[in-house]
Design a protein around this ligand. Structure first.
Ligand code: PRP
Length: 178
């Protein structure tokens, strides 16, 4: 698909992300210290970089699973319809679960996923989002842990795409059309 030309301005450095993950993991470890084996659920595709760094900093017995949810397609606007494209491999009934999201924007994705997973009766369900854009919220939802609150900018990198591009940037950048 042809794209309007754009440049990416750095917004949050890889170093700042790593430092924040270290802090957050201290809090997460305290929350799940008595958990036998925590199920860490990454929401694909955007969270794949974040979850990789997060679990390597989490010194806990864990199991990793993935759920693929999509609501944006290739556009910049949420369709407000969350589609589950891939379900978890394992069961979470009676288990402690941490859902890992890259960004909470309108909130539709997080809201939908929480409702879906709570319906499976986990013992405890907590959520973490690297980024939060509170000014864009349309559904009331807030992650238990948030890496950074950001203004209403279109961001890419560290797993987040613009029409499937730029997921491999090691930092968070904002898109500026030229
Ligand atoms: C993006 C992002 C979040 C969601 C946040 O996913 O990764 O999951 O949108 O937006 P919301 O709060 O407005 O629902 P997307 O649908 O683009 O799929 P992707 O993760 O595969 O890129």
């Amino acid at each position: 698909m042809p794209q309007r030309p754009y440049v990416i301005d750095k917004m949050i450095s890889a170093k700042a992300i790593a430092a924040r993950i270290e802090d957050l993991c201290g809090e997460i470890k305290a929350e799940f210290t008595d958990t036998d084996k925590l199920v860490v659920v990454g929401l694909l595709r955007g969270s794949f970089v974040f979850i990789a760094d997060l679990v390597r900093e989490l010194d806990l017995p864990i199991e990793v699973d993935f759920l693929e949810a999509s609501s944006y397609g290739d556009g910049m606007e949420s369709s407000r319809e969350v589609r589950i494209l891939k379900d978890l491999r394992g069961t979470i009934e009676g288990r402690d679960v941490l859902v890992v999201e890259d960004i909470v924007d309108t909130g539709y994705t997080m809201h939908h996923v929480i409702r879906l997973l709570k319906g499976r009766n986990p013992a405890k369900l907590r959520t973490i989002a690297l980024l939060d854009k509170p000014t864009k919220r349309e559904v009331e939802v807030k992650a238990d842990w948030t890496g950074f609150e950001i203004p209403d900018e279109f961001v890419v990198g560290y797993g987040i795409d613009f029409a499937q591009r730029n997921r491999n940037l090691p930092y968070i950048g904002k898109v500026r059309f030229t």
